[in-house]
Design a binder for this molecule. Structure first.
Ligand SMILES: NC(=O)c1ccc[n+]([C@@H]2O[C@H](COP(=O)([O-])OP(=O)(O)OC[C@H]3O[C@@H](n4cnc5c(N)ncnc54)[C@H](OP(=O)(O)O)[C@@H]3O)[C@@H](O)[C@H]2O)c1
Length: 260
């Protein structure tokens, strides 16, 4: 069954597309897009991006650009997109803000005293998706005929505190609230904050290996030992199913396990 939110000639921008969930979103969603649609994949690792590009549907065009999103300015981001596409050529734009890092996991909140560490974390995980989102909306803003879909890849950590994950949990909460405000202000844009569940990626391995809180670390190790985590295919298939159903209010947090 077709996915209405992916219909028409689409420009699909995905951040953090060099591995993990971002790569899988590129691969799975590319197969659902209309012929002639275009993907633009962003992350730092050029090799990783190239591997992803090699795996997407041959029916769509794909560009990738190595960029450190924690330092890229709005002008640089705009330039990257304008070099890749002409916004007037598309019926739809979909921006998937998937980039993320877990940050320093060895510290508990009372030890998080370094402003630079805070800024570095928020630059990548909160400010960069917000700025990139504005850039994309402004590039397509003049054309009312272009349908707009924004996906924020969030986490259960945006609503559930986890010990020794102060940067990650607070960053996910702030990022999600930004997209909620954006959805309120832009009723013509379809916004989804998708929480993918625990997924076998480098990020999950890092938490299992390095979380400062022993109980949390053990629970992640146990989950991986019992193979209870999800594959990237499982979570992205569920993401597509959620998009297809559209049974949520724009801006909502929808989790892999939600019964909708
Ligand atoms: N895995 C889970 O269990 C889980 C659970 C809940 C939510 N999530 C969320 O899902 C999203 C994807 O996570 P993942 O598990 O797939 O993690 P991952 O495998 O570590 O992928 C993270 C992606 O972000 C990119 N990235 C990191 N720093 C960057 C920077 N400075 N500039 C540009 N790109 C950067 C990485 O590429 P480069 O290193 O090449 O730059 C990579 O493509 C994140 O937002 C994460 O919070 C994951």
């Amino acid at each position: 069954m077709a996915v209405e939110l992916l219909s028409g000639k689409t420009f699909l921008l995905i951040t953090g597309a060099s591995q993990g969930i971002g790569r899988q979103i590129a691969v799975t969603v590319s197969r659902l897009l209309e012929k002639g649609s275009k993907l633009l994949l962003l992350a730092r690792s050029e090799n990783g991006l190239k591997d992803t590009a090699d795996q997407v549907s041959k029916e769509v065009f794909v560009d990738f650009k190595s960029v450190d999103l924690s330092v890229a300015t709005a002008d640089q981001l705009s330039e990257i997109i304008r070099k890749s596409i002409d916004p007037s050529q598309f019926d739809r734009v979909m921006a998937v803000h998937n980039v993320g890092s877990v940050g320093e996991l060895s510290k508990f909140t009372a030890d998080m005293t370094d402003f630079d560490e805070w800024r570095k974390y928020y630059d990548l995980n909160v400010f960069s998706p917000a700025v990139l989102n504005s850039v994309v909306m402004n590039l397509f803003g003049d054309n009312e005929g272009v349908k707009k879909v924004v996906v924020n890849v969030t986490s259960i950590c945006s609503i559930r505190p986890m010990k020794s994950m102060g940067y990650y949990c607070s960053g996910k909460a702030a990022r999600e609230m930004y997209f909620k405000v954006f959805a309120e202000e832009n009723p013509n844009v379809h916004v989804l904050s998708y929480s993918p569940g625990p997924v076998e990626t480098n990020m999950l391995k890092t938490v299992a290996e390095s979380a400062g809180d022993e109980e949390l670390r053990t629970s992640f190790i146990d989950m991986r030992n019992q193979n209870k985590q999800l594959t990237t295919e499982q979570t992205v298939n569920r993401f597509v199913e959620i998009l297809r159903g559209q049974k949520y209010k724009s801006g909502a947090h929808v989790d892999y396990y939600d019964d909708i």
